[in-house]
Ligand binder design. Structure first.
Ligand code: 5GP
Length: 337
């Protein structure tokens, strides 16, 4: 039986969310508040779809956040909703973009303003800015230069660069990420969401700070023995997003999700929501799913959260604080371990 529902909501395990896309995280109520009609959100909150459908669904959220006011409201809401789900540390990622009446710079400043305006007592928030893999190398580098400027302006807030966007299109350009690293940005790269052995090998060999999804790495899940061996030498933490993968059908089911190989071999991973709005999930639901499907104890679940502190892009002092918070929770809620 699941222990999760036995806890009142306020006692759910305190958690860290390391892989959440801003626009994919907009809840139904936020979309409605921003004027989206029921029937458009109806398809947005789809139960079963595939990667192609999901990428067209992001446009609903992008329409909703095309003004500064709406973007400010939406970002605050996303942060508050994570905090309500007992997330104490959030790394939110978003792709800087321009709209009529909002420049790319204003987009970034608005997201920064939203983060700053949410009370820091309850949740610590950091930002990763995303490069869209569908863009040319020149365009990705242009956006990176902008991000480097903002990292220098907000060094305690803007921590890293993500590579995302439709995995069946575009490319990973190593020199772009080498430049990001040279400028002190952490790197989190979506990797192996679809089978693409050559690119997967290049990314793993680059050794980003974290990998998103990591679905087609292990030979039993469409990867290859060679890639798996290279991965195991590098031990890069993987951000596992179970509900997202099952809904997009890149994983056959929760029970057949590749996270179990990371659990069996004690390899580094964290649990994440990816797009909590699109996939109608929450971080506590992701933990519940893992607990139910792989029979983990409370202590083992707690360790997943604790390990996430190490994989996060928080400062050493912030990490110490997060560990303290998690240990307090554990002493109160898992006394007989
Ligand atoms: P935004 O960056 O606009 O705040 O959030 C939505 C964007 O994140 C999407 O347009 C897409 O580029 C990226 N994204 C969201 N979920 C996924 C995912 O599962 N895989 C990849 N590769 N990109 C994603």
């Amino acid at each position: 039986m699941s222990f999760w529902p036995l806890f009142p909501k306020s006692d759910y395990v305190k958690n860290l969310e390391l892989h959440a896309h801003l626009n994919g995280s907009l809840s139904r109520s936020t979309l409605k508040a921003l004027g989206c009609l029921d029937n458009t959100i109806g398809t947005y909150q789809t139960v079963e779809t595939n990667l192609d459908d999901v990428f067209s669904l992001f446009q609903v959220a992008h329409k909703a956040t095309r003004t500064i006011d709406n973007l400010l409201y939406a970002t605050r809401k996303v942060i508050e909703e994570f905090a309500d789900d007992n997330v104490i540390y959030l790394e939110l990622r978003t792709t800087p973009r321009s709209e009529e009446g909002m420049s790319t710079e204003e987009y970034i400043e608005t997201v920064v303003k939203a983060v700053r305006s949410v009370g820091s007592g309850k949740i610590l928030v950091k930002l990763l800015l995303s490069l869209d893999r569908r863009r040319s190398m020149e365009k990705q580098e242009e956006v990176l230069d902008l991000i480097i400027g903002y990292k220098d302006k907000y060094p305690d807030l803007i921590k890293g660069v993500d590579l995302s966007g439709d995995p069946s299109k575009g490319a990973f350009f190593k020199q772009v990420f080498e430049k990001a690293r040279k400028h002190g940005l952490y790197t989190a790269i979506h990797c192996a969401e679809v089978k693409n052995d050559e690119e997967v090998k290049d990314i793993i060999e680059f050794k980003p700070d974290r990998l998103g999804h990591g679905t087609f790495i292990h030979p039993q899940y469409g990867g290859s023995l060679n890639i798996w061996e290279v991965y195991k030498q590098k031990e890069i933490p993987v951000e596992c997003c179970l509900t997202s993968n099952v809904i997009c059908k890149t994983s056959k089911s929760y029970k057949q999700h590749h996270v179990q190989e990371w659990i069996k071999e004690s390899l580094p991973f964290c649990l994440s929501t990816d797009d909590k709005g699109v996939f109608n999930t929450s971080l506590s639901k992701e933990f519940q799913v893992v607990q139910e499907n792989f029979n983990l104890t409370q202590e083992e679940l707690w360790k997943i959260s604790k390990n996430s502190v190490e994989y996060s892009f928080a400062s050493p002092e912030e990490k110490q604080f997060l560990i303290f918070e998690l240990e307090q929770w554990r002493n109160k809620n898992i006394p007989n371990r």
